[in-house]
Design a protein around this ligand. Structure first.
Ligand code: SF4
Ligand code: SF4
Length: 190
């Protein structure tokens, strides 16, 4: 436990240059995510608990700060918004109840709308494949998501062994199944 705290203290977090304030961006993200980012205390708990922060170029607490100060460009161009998997670890520990997955989702939506050039295409393709599956079936049809991703990226042969093992262990359903009231569900995507 002590070792973990010591290594966290010694860790270097990236420092980003601020390119300019756009407070309409702040309002937009607040509106889309329905999260009051102004209440963030910058306590750092989200960043410490995030399993992917080592890979991110802007830490989760910095992402919230960027929104507060209208720092739009670097945030929308960051890898962070695409690396967040919405695991909710940060939100569960946040003293202010900031719903980080909703914030990240709103940021991705705006990045797509604004055709940000640095969107990692493989992650974006997976994102689309996943959402299409949820829209169509009301749940994640894993084989369909994998096939769609593979065909769109032409990365046909990697992960084959893992896929086969999952099939053997019956972790994958061959055929999709829909939730009962799929029409109602589809309204969420309008
Ligand atoms: S845990 Fe919550 S309050 Fe603390 S920095 Fe993260 S978002 Fe802000
Ligand atoms: S929801 Fe995103 S930012 Fe929060 S802990 Fe999970 S991956 Fe990290």
């Amino acid at each position: 436990m002590i070792e973990a705290i010591t290594s966290e203290e010694n860790r270097e977090y990236p420092v980003k240059k601020i390119s300019g304030s756009d407070f309409s961006f702040t309002s937009l993200i607040k509106k889309k995510s329905k999260v009051n980012v102004s209440s963030c205390l910058q306590c750092f708990t989200c960043t410490v608990g995030c399993p992917f922060s080592d890979l991110m170029d802007i830490m989760p607490n910095q992402a919230i700060r960027s929104i507060q100060i209208g720092e739009k460009k670097s945030l929308l161009e960051s890898s962070t918004i695409w690396l967040c998997v919405g695991c909710n670890s940060c939100a569960a520990e946040c003293p202010m109840g900031i719903d980080m997955p909703s914030v990240m989702s709103a940021l991705r939506e705006v990045a797509i709308q604004e055709k940000v050039k640095t969107i990692p295409q493989d992650i974006y393709t997976f994102h689309k494949s996943f959402l299409n599956s949820v829209k169509r079936y009301g749940r994640a049809y894993k084989i369909g998501i994998m096939l769609s991703y593979k065909l769109n990226t032409l990365d046909l042969f990697s992960d084959g062994k893992t896929g086969l093992q999952m099939l053997i262990k019956r972790k994958l359903n061959i055929l999709p199944s829909k939730v009962k009231n799929i029409r109602k569900f589809k309204k969420l995507f309008r």
